[in-house]
Design a protein around this ligand. Structure first.
Ligand code: GLY
Length: 246
């Protein structure tokens, strides 16, 4: 459910969110961007070529076009077909996402380079059948992604509203600054989310963190969150620990 082929909002529009941050705390972000295939590349241009951090909606689209990105037809026909079928069967104002298939919907990437510098990116089409105009955590620096080159990098996936409520990725980094390992910091951030929500029904969130030495950690509210690890010697897919089984 990520990207231009991802699930649309309630009105059938696929709107994309993305952000990027480097080791010098440069950052760029786009939200509610329609009809552009690689929103993360537009976020990179915002970071590299403007004095701003975040562009949204039509302004983000106009900026992308001015940078030479091509407009692509959106939604693609498969998405339109699925949305029409969904619309016929659902009269609700919005749809609560199904854990792991509909709200585990974000690509977060953390990198440590050969010089020991950290960076990260986060991109999504967001909550399937969201209200038009809804923006989640993914394009918000400090929520969906945060990098502090002195400490570490963190990103989040899952229900963005819950991540924003605790400034999720920034919280993970600040916990690491206090001495938590990446794993302990992800677990503590998940605990805070759990403690702030009476009803955990449908509330999946996962955090991923990496420190300056290459130590990493990941943890989620419910089972079903996994992440890919790539080092010089190793490529693996790892199941994250979790607090609850659903
Ligand atoms: N984590 C993606 C979103 O809530 O939009």
């Amino acid at each position: 459910s990520v990207g231009i082929g991802g699930r649309p909002d309630l009105s059938g529009h696929v709107t994309l969110d993305a952000c990027i941050m480097d080791s010098n705390s440069n950052c760029g972000s786009v939200a509610c961007l329609e009809g552009i295939k690689h929103p993360i590349s537009v976020a990179r241009r915002v970071m590299d070529q403007t004095p701003h951090v975040m562009l949204v909606g039509q302004g983000a689209k106009d900026f992308a076009l001015s940078c030479g990105f091509k407009h692509v037809k959106s939604p693609i026909k498969e998405v339109k077909k699925e949305w029409r079928e969904w619309k016929r069967g659902n009269k609700e104002k919005f749809k609560k996402p199904t854990i792991n298939s509909e709200n585990h919907d974000t690509i977060g990437m953390l990198a440590l380079d050969a010089n020991g510098n950290l960076s990260g990116a986060c991109t999504t089409s967001g909550w399937g059948y969201k209200l038009p105009g809804r923006v989640g955590d993914s394009p918000i620096i400090g929520a969906g992604l945060f990098v502090d080159n002195e400490i570490g990098a963190a990103c989040a996936t899952g229900m963005g509203e819950a991540v924003i409520r605790i400034s999720g990725s920034h919280t993970v980094i600040e916990l690491m600054r206090q001495g938590y390992t990446p794993q302990e910091a992800c677990e503590e951030a998940v605990s805070r989310i759990i403690s702030k929500h009476k009803n955990l029904d449908g509330l999946q969130v996962g955090f991923l963190a990496l420190d300056k030495k290459g130590n990493y950690g990941a943890y989620s509210v419910f089972n079903g969150f996994n992440f890919a690890l790539k080092t010089v010697n190793k490529s693996s897919l790892i199941d994250a620990g979790y607090n609850r089984r659903w």
